[in-house]
Design a protein around this ligand. Structure first.
Ligand SMILES: CSC[C@H]1O[C@H](OP(=O)(O)O)[C@H](O)[C@@H]1O
Ligand code: ADE
Length: 307
C-alpha cells in the first residue's frame, strides 16, 4: 500500500484517483467531458452496462457510465451492478457521484427539487448482495451508506446552483424498490409512514457494492414526481419522469462539472476507502485460489498480490 501523504490521511493515495459518474434515467452522457476514450471492459462478473467513457473535467480524470446503458436497455433488476463496480474500481475510481431520478414521498420535497440522501431502506428482492462469497466472506459497515464528505461537497455545489424557487434538500431516506412497475398507493403510504423522503429503484444496490469496492458514494437525487400518494398530483408515469428530468438535465450537468472541480481540489478521504480493513472474515490461506484471483482487485491492499 502507498504511504500516507497529506492528500491521503488514511493511507490511501488519492492523488491519482479518478471520479466515477453513474448516469441514471435520462442521463446517458456527460457534457463537458473532454478527451473521451470508450473502454469496453470484461470483468469477473460479466460485462458492465455499457462501454465506460474515460475523460477529463479540468485536470481530474473522470469515468462516466450509464447504469441502464446508453439506450436504457437494462431494467433496475438487470443492471449489472457487480460488473459496473468492479470495472470502475479497476480504473482507479475512488469517488462515485450517482445521478438518479426519484419520486417524492413528502409534500415539501417538490418535483424539480433535488435531494442528497443520507440513508436507505432496501425493499429490493432480486439484487446481488455482495461482490464477495465463493469462499471469501466480507462484512462491511453500512450504517452510514453515503460518504458524508462527498455528500456535503455535492450538497454545497447543488445548493449554490439551484435556481430561485427550487430547493436542495440535505439528508433524507431513499427507499429502494425492486420495480420495474411503480409502487401501489398502499406501498407509497407505507413508505411515507416510515418517514422516507424519496423513492427509486437503483441506488441501494449500487451503494452497498461501492462500499465493498472501497469507493466513496454520494447521490444527487432529482425529484421528478410525487409517486402515487398525492391527492392533487397525478400518479407517476415515465412521461412525467422524463419531462422533469429534461427540465433539470442541464442543471444536473452543471452541478456535476462543478462538483468534479471541487473533488479535484479537495480529493476527500473517506472511511469507505478502508471499508475492507476489518471486514475480511476468511483467513486468506483458506480462500480458494480461483476466488483469490477473482477478488484480488479488492484484497490486494490488505493481502498483497496473489501470484
Ligand atoms: C424512468 S422512471 C424509473 C427509473 O428511474 C430511476 O432510475 P435511476 O435511478 O437510474 O435514475 C429509477 O430508479 C428507475 O430505475
Ligand atoms: N415514483 C418513483 N418510484 C420509483 N422510481 C422512480 N424514479 C422516478 N420516480 C420514481
Amino acid at each position: 500500500m502507498s504511504s500516507p501523504t497529506p492528500n491521503s490521511p488514511n493511507g490511501i493515495d488519492l492523488s491519482r484517483a479518478r471520479l466515477g459518474i453513474l448516469g441514471g434515467s435520462g442521463l446517458y452522457a456527460m457534457e463537458g467531458l473532454e478527451d473521451i476514450q470508450e473502454l469496453t471492459i470484461e470483468t469477473p462478473y460479466g460485462a458492465p452496462s455499457d462501454a465506460l467513457r474515460l475523460g477529463r473535467i479540468g485536470d481530474l480524470e473522470v469515468v462516466f457510465l450509464a447504469r441502464h446503458g446508453r439506450h436504457h436497455s437494462h431494467t433496475p433488476t438487470e443492471v449489472p451492478y457487480q460488473a459496473n463496480l468492479w470495472a470502475l474500481r479497476s480504473l482507479g475510481v475512488r469517488w462515485i457521484l450517482s445521478l438518479s431520478a426519484v419520486g417524492s414521498l413528502q409534500e415539501q420535497v417538490r418535483p424539480l427539487d433535488m435531494l442528497v440522501p443520507d440513508q436507505f431502506i432496501d425493499r429490493t428482492q432480486q439484487r446481488p448482495l455482495t461482490l464477495f462469497g465463493e469462499g471469501l466472506v466480507a462484512h462491511v459497515a453500512f450504517a452510514e451508506p453515503f460518504c458524508p464528505a462527498l455528500s456535503r461537497l455535492l450538497g454545497d455545489v447543488a445548493e449554490s446552483l439551484m435556481p430561485e424557487g427550487r430547493k436542495l434538500h440535505r439528508g433524507g431516506t431513499y427507499l429502494c424498490m425492486e420495480g420495474p412497475a411503480f409502487s401501489t398507493r398502499a406501498e407509497s403510504e407505507l413508505y411515507r409512514s416510515w418517514d422516507c423522503q424519496v423513492i427509486g429503484m437503483t441506488n441501494h444496490t449500487e451503494a452497498r457494492l461501492a462500499r465493498e469496492a472501497e469507493i466513496a458514494y454520494a447521490t444527487l437525487a432529482m425529484v421528478t414526481d410525487y409517486d402515487c400518494w398525492h391527492q392533487e398530483h397525478a400518479s407517476v408515469t415515465v412521461e412525467m419522469v422524463i419531462a422533469n428530468l429534461q427540465a433539470n438535465a442541464s442543471l444536473a450537468q452543471q452541478i456535476v462539472r462543478l462538483a468534479a472541480q471541487r473533488v479535484e481540489a479537495q480529493r476527500p478521504s473517506s472511511s469507505a476507502h478502508q471499508a475492507l480493513r476489518h471486514a475480511l472474515m476468511t483467513p486468506k490461506e483458506h480462500v480458494p485460489a480461483a476466488t483469490r484471483r477473482k477478488l484480488e482487485l479488492f484484497t490486494a491492499p490488505y493481502w498483497g498480490p496473489f501470484s
